[in-house]
Design a protein around this ligand. Structure first.
Ligand code: 5GP
Ligand code: MN
Length: 330
């Protein structure tokens, strides 16, 4: 819990921070935000990851100092593990025998850390890092603020996902007060991709299909597209959300071929359609409106099974509610 984290920071000096493979904005923003907080308290801290960092997050303060490693190669007093469901998620060997601090906002996190601080009411781990800064009596420096703001923006879909609360906006407001320029961060996150993102988007959207009801959409990214578009890490961020821009679409699937006959699947939904339940049927998991899984086998067959499960979820759980909602608007 939070008080244990505060006590640890007060008593120890030499820290590392890590996050999950294929890091997202919350993972990187929160890790760097915590790093700057620790440094501002006179501690030694560095961010270590096993994977590449999307270009859009590299411009954060300290983004160029992140060290890429595959195995723990130094002595630390403790290692903070940000936004990971288990000790293997960072993809760094030797972590399991370290003193670890598990910080997460997913209720499903295994309590794998020596210390565990889980707050499922936080919109992003970034919000927790801000709370930690306040709890420890630290000053929110511009570096901390920029990193934490990026975490909030990316994990709340620019403050439009349902996890956006009054607390999120209050924290964001505080961050702007200490010097964050929202337009500058948005520019870095959303308008700084290489052209390969646009080329990949063109190819992926070319595959989009919908079921008869028009409420479930799905699309594909093949290995060939990776090559022909020249994509870099993070170029496909948010693609899964694109079909949800249509009013009638309430569930969306995005299947990426990672090796022949092996696919990573992202699922997204609106309202009460629970895609975590669908992902679980295929050995995955996640949140009600954002989940994922990995599947193996014939592409058409896998796609048909997932789409069928989604159509069922939409029909069973959501249909009545949406009709009611639309009636109430009429
Ligand atoms: P994304 O589509 O952005 O990769 O993942 C969305 C959400 O689903 C994340 O919260 C992530 O934790 C969860 N998720 C994605 N893939 C998997 C998976 O293979 N297994 C589990 N348990 N969760 C996943
Ligand atoms: Mn998060």
């Amino acid at each position: 819990m939070l008080s244990q984290v505060v006590e640890l920071i007060e008593n120890k000096h030499n820290f590392a921070i890590t996050t999950h493979v294929r890091p997202d904005g919350d993972g990187i923003g929160s890790s760097l935000g915590l790093c700057w907080l620790l440094r501002s308290l006179g501690k030694t801290a560095e961010v270590i990851v096993s994977d590449g960092i999307p270009i859009s997050y590299q411009s954060l303060p300290g983004g160029d100092e992140i060290r890429k490693i595959s195995e723990i190669d130094k002595q630390y007093d403790a290692i903070f593990v940000i936004e990971c469901s288990d000790i293997h998620r960072p993809g760094i060997k030797g972590l399991e025998s370290e003193f670890t601090v598990n910080i997460d906002h997913h209720a499903t996190s295994e309590h794998f850390g020596t210390i565990n601080w889980i707050d499922a009411t936080a919109s992003a781990v970034g919000e927790m890092i801000y709370n930690l800064c306040k709890a420890i009596g630290g000053r929110v420096t511009k570096e901390i603020a920029e990193c934490v703001y990026l975490a909030l923006v990316t994990d709340t879909g620019s403050f439009h996902f349902p996890n956006t609360t009054d607390r999120t906006l209050k924290v964001a407001s505080e961050l702007v007060k200490v010097g964050v320029k929202p337009a500058q961060i948005s520019e870095a996150v959303y308008n700084s991709y290489p052209w390969s993102r646009i080329e990949l988007m063109r190819q992926v959207l070319n595959t989009v299909q919908r079921d008869k009801s028009g409420r479930v959409a799905w699309m594909r990214q093949t290995l060939e597209m990776r090559v022909s578009s020249g994509m870099t890490d993070g170029d496909n961020n948010g693609f899964v959300n694109i079909p949800l821009a249509a009013k009638e679409v309430v569930a969306s699937v995005y299947m990426r071929e990672v090796e022949p006959s092996f696919y990573r699947v992202s699922l997204r939904s609106k309202g009460s359609v629970n895609v975590a339940r669908v992902a679980e049927q295929f050995g995955g998991g996640g949140h009600k409106n954002a989940a994922g899984c990995r599947v193996e086998g014939d592409w058409n067959k896998c796609e048909r099974e997932i789409v069928a499960a989604l159509i069922k979820a939409v029909e069973n759980e959501d249909y009545a509610e949406i009709e009611e909602f639309e009636l109430s608007l009429a």
